[in-house]
Design a protein around this ligand. Structure first.
Ligand code: GLV
Ligand code: GLV
Length: 320
C-alpha cells in the first residue's frame, strides 16, 4: 500500500509529479493540523515540507509520522528536536544548492559594493543623458572579508573569493580541518579584523541576533554586511540604525527577520541591496533540491534509510 505524504505549503510541481508516482498525497497550504481531517491525520506517514517548516504541534497531531523531508539546507523552521524525541527523522537538501548560494553571495557582494542595481535604474529612468552615474564608494579592492559559518557554503564562498585576491578569514563554532583561511574564535574578533562580513551561519539559539550593533560597528565606516544565511542571525534594528547613521557603508540582504515582511526603513535605505530570498532559486537548483527531497522519502520507505538526515535525527532508523 502507498504511504500518505502530506505536502505542506507551496513546493515546485516537480515534487508533486514525482511524489505521485510512489505515494498518495494530501496538500495543505500551511503546516497546520487544523487543515487535516482526523482520518488523514492517522494516515500521514511522511511530510514534504516547504520553507514554512514544521512546528511541534503538527508533529504531535500525526501519530504515524515517520519522516519530515524538508526543502532547503537550513531547517530552523522544522522542530527537529521535537521530531527526534518522537523518533521522526528529518532530512534537508544540502550540497545540491551549495554552488548556487555561493554564487549569490558573490553577486550580492559585488552589487552592494558597486551599486549596480541603482545604476540600472538610473539608465532605465532615462537619467544617463544628464550625466554619468555617481562613482561607487564601494569596491572589492583591498577588502578583508570575514565569513561567519564555515560549512559547505562558507567554503564555496571562500574558494570563489580567492579569485578576487581579497584577504579571507572566518568564524565558526570550531576551526574547520583543512580550511586554509584565518580562524577567529569569536565573531567579535572576526569583525574587528575585517571590513566585510558575509553571514552563512545556520540559525540556532547560539546565532540568534549574533550580528548586533557592536559587530556592525567593528566593521567600520567602510563596513559591508552580506546576509545569505538567515534574518534571525542579525539584529535588524541595529542594522537599520547602522545603515541610516552610515556607521557602515552598505548591506546586501537576501534574508530578513520576518519574511516576507521587509521593514520600510530598509526599503527606504539607498545603501542596501535587497533580494526576496532567492539564493538557491534557479530552476536547475530548485529541481535538484526537489529531487533530493523526494529521494529521501523513497529511500526511507523502500530501504528504511534517509539519504541526508539532519544531525539531530541521524541516529533514527526505520521501525520494522
Ligand atoms: C534556504 O534558505 C535554504 O535554507 O535552503
Ligand atoms: C552549510 O554551510 C551547509 O552547506 O550545510
Amino acid at each position: 500500500d502507498r504511504p500518505l505524504i502530506l505536502v505542506s505549503g507551496k513546493l515546485i510541481s516537480h515534487v508533486l509529479t514525482r511524489l505521485a508516482d510512489r505515494f498518495d498525497i494530501k496538500e495543505i497550504a500551511r503546516p497546520d493540523a487544523e487543515l487535516l481531517q482526523p482520518d488523514d491525520r492517522e494516515r500521514v506517514r511522511g511530510i514534504a515540507a516547504s520553507f514554512l517548516g514544521v512546528p511541534a504541534s503538527l508533529i504531535d497531531a500525526l501519530p504515524n509520522l515517520e519522516i519530515i523531508a524538508s526543502y532547503g539546507v537550513g531547517y530552523d523552521a522544522v522542530d527537529a528536536g521535537h521530531a527526534a524525541e518522537k523518533t521522526v527523522v528529518v532530512t534537508n537538501t544540502p550540497d545540491v544548492l551549495t554552488d548556487e548560494v555561493a554564487d549569490t553571495a558573490i553577486a550580492l557582494l559585488l552589487n552592494t559594493l558597486r551599486d549596480f542595481n541603482r545604476a540600472e535604474r538610473y539608465l532605465r529612468d532615462g537619467s544617463w543623458p544628464d550625466g554619468p552615474f555617481p562613482l561607487s564608494k564601494g569596491t572589492l579592492r583591498n577588502r578583508r572579508v570575514g565569513i561567519f559559518g564555515m560549512g559547505r557554503i562558507g567554503l564555496a564562498i571562500a574558494r570563489r573569493l580567492e579569485g578576487f585576491g581579497v584577504a579571507i578569514a572566518y568564524h565558526n563554532r570550531r576551526p574547520v580541518d583543512g580550511v586554509p583561511y584565518t580562524y577567529h574564535a569569536t565573531l567579535g574578533d572576526l569583525a574587528a579584523a575585517c571590513d566585510t562580513l558575509i553571514n552563512v551561519a545556520p540559525a540556532t539559539a547560539q546565532t540568534t541576533r549574533a550580528v548586533d550593533a557592536a559587530i556592525l560597528q567593528a566593521l567600520g565606516e567602510d563596513g559591508v554586511f552580506i546576509n545569505v544565511g538567515r534574518g534571525a542571525t542579525v539584529d535588524e534594528e541595529a542594522l537599520i540604525e547602522a545603515l541610516q547613521a552610515r556607521t557602515i557603508l552598505a548591506a546586501g540582504l537576501d534574508v530578513f527577520a520576518n519574511e516576507p515582511h521587509v521593514p520600510q526603513a530598509l526599503l527606504d535605505a539607498d545603501n542596501a541591496v535587497l533580494l526576496p530570498h532567492v539564493a538557491s532559486a534557479s530552476q536547475h537548483t530548485r529541481k535538484a533540491m526537489a529531487d533530493l527531497l523526494v529521494d529521501n522519502l523513497e529511500s526511507w520507505f523502500d530501504r528504511g534509510e534517509a539519504l541526508t538526515p539532519v544531525p539531530e535525527t541521524a541516529a533514527i532508523s526505520r521501525k520494522a
